[in-house]
Design a protein around this ligand. Structure first.
Ligand code: MLT
Length: 312
């Protein structure tokens, strides 16, 4: 009997391939290349993806044998889940796998912006020794506004509180008692924007959150705010943010995610001042990739055997 075909559309941890083992036939494709992905899906029973592969209705239609789409990570915004469900295709992800890693990346971006570390490093390596040029700001005693107090937002809040900050959050779905137990005060978005010295975004990309912070919202932020987004592109309007950075209303931004990834060469964020940009590395640690890869590989095996697939 032929083995089920598992298509690996992005780089996964070796441990994920080890879990899949010899029970399945493993094939590889570059999921970001549609002209390669669509034909490769033709006889795939399962496809494993991260964020660079879009499993939309067209991709699902190209995969008549598909039984499971496995997202080695959290966000499902690159999978058309209703279209998959309508076709009887199971969609699995690994919602716990990279939450610590993502929260740590947001902290890393914040510290990099606050202390101008990448710019100071570049200047140092260019042979300079400029100290006053790279004067930064302290995190202690600042008000930090967390937009989205879900799993990652909560981990970020706990870590940034340890810097001696006061943490407020906007999250319409969280009970105030839960926020209070975390030592966080819930506020509405206008209050958060107007009072936070540091804003960190921790929301999924949904029709409700897309464009949540645009030019009108950025006009109301506390002058000198630092903004961090290691969640999803499109939650902050990129042109409006670049303008606010250029005007100096926003003092700095640490960004890991963009509307279009890879970020276009002509994006205004590339030339905006005081930005630290990373190429969607929020989930990229050995630990998170091991957890995400092995969790979804286990789910794929169970699904292909026709067994019950518990939450990863
Ligand atoms: C996630 O949603 O978990 C991340 O975007 C994962 C990734 O980088 O692929």
């Amino acid at each position: 009997m032929p083995k089920p075909v598992v298509l690996i559309a992005e780089q996964l941890a070796q441990s994920a391939l080890d879990v899949l083992g010899s029970e399945v036939e493993i094939r590889h494709v570059d999921g970001a290349d549609r002209s390669a992905l669509l034909p490769a899906l033709k006889d795939a029973d399962a496809v494993l993806i991260r964020s660079a592969t879009t499993m939309d209705a067209e991709a699902l239609a190209a995969a008549p044998q598909l039984k499971v789409v496995a997202r080695a990570g959290i966000g499902l915004d690159n999978v058309d889940v209703p279209a998959a469900t309508a076709k009887g295709v199971l969609v699995v992800n690994a919602p716990q796998s990279n939450i610590i890693t993502a929260a740590e990346h947001a902290i890393a971006l914040l510290l990099s912006v606050a202390r101008k570390i990448p710019a100071a490093d570049a200047s140092f390596r260019a042979g300079e020794w400029k100290r006053s040029k790279f004067t930064g700001v302290e995190i202690a005693d600042k008000t930090v506004g967390v937009v989205g107090l879900g799993r990652i937002g909560q981990l970020f809040a706990a870590r940034i509180a340890a810097f001696g900050t006061s943490v407020i959050a906007y999250d319409p779905y969280l009970q105030p008692a839960r926020a209070a137990a975390l030592g966080v005060r819930l506020v509405d978005l206008p209050t958060l924007l107007a009072t936070a010295d540091i804003i960190s975004i921790h929301l999924p990309r949904t029709p409700e959150t897309l464009g949540l912070i645009g030019a009108a919202e950025l006009a109301t932020v506390k002058p000198g705010v630092i903004i961090v987004n290691a969640a999803r592109g499109g939650l902050i309007d990129e042109q409006a943010l670049a303008d606010a950075l250029t005007e100096g209303r926003v003092a700095g931004a640490g960004l890991d995610v963009f509307v279009n990834e890879p970020l276009g060469a002509d994006s205004p964020l590339r030339t905006a001042p005081n930005t630290v940009l990373t190429p969607h590395l929020g989930a990229s640690t050995n630990e998170a990739q091991d957890k995400a890869g092995t969790a979804v590989a286990r789910s794929v095996k169970l699904a292909l055997r026709g067994d019950f697939v518990p939450d990863a």
